[in-house]
Design a protein around this ligand. Sequence first.
Ligand SMILES: [Zn+2]
Length: 258
Amino acid sequence: MPGAAWRPIPVNHTRGGQQSVHGVVVHIMDGSYGGTDSWFRNPDAEASAHFGTSRAGALCQWVDTADRAWAQAGGNRTWLSVENEGRGGDTLTDAQLDRCAAVLAWAHTTHSVPLQIAGSPSGRGLGHHAMGGSAWGGHTSCPGPRVVAQLPEIVRRAQKLTGKPAPGKPAPYTPPTFPPGLGPNKAKPSARPLQRALKAAGYLPKSVQESDNYGPATQAAVARFHNAHPQYRAKGKPYDPAIGPHGWAHLFRLAHGR
Ligand SMILES: [Zn+2]
């Protein structure tokens, strides 16, 4: 993987043994980065992982992703693995979250791993060791609840890296800045963005011609919007032809189907 220091280990993995990639499994070393690197080179360890991170933010790759690392027993054939420096009960550092996100983003583009949480071995995405239960060696404390709570943040960062939102979730949304002072008899700023939104949301007939001026048709359309959403109408008024920032934000969401 580009961006990872290639530190191949001669032992403790199965060449060509990676059948498919369902996702990336997060581990905690319960030890140091350097110590784990040495341990994975020791034939007695009979353990390894594809990737490793240090608390300071180093990222290395020990095993090619075409090969099977020995990280989570029954989950080895179909899952990649990333070991993270730290003790059980630790949280991952900010730099480690970034490195894990980089691994997940790379697994997404290279192995089509979906950018989501995998809660069990039958899922796909970002998993953690304990989810495999006894079939995965029964490591119930790896990587620990505090790291498990960080998994959604890793997914979010991976989405940011790839520029892709999670499936089924809308893209991050911010309504445009409210044109200040938009009300009847005020030609500035132009009323056109408001008229467009009112049309798209069904409060202003499409046949009404757009204009910079905040005319009677626009006022009537705003009043119709307020009738449907009275919480945005000026307090105590049965009729409010002007639209405020919150009403505008809501109308804009409606207009764009959010
Ligand atoms: Zn583990």
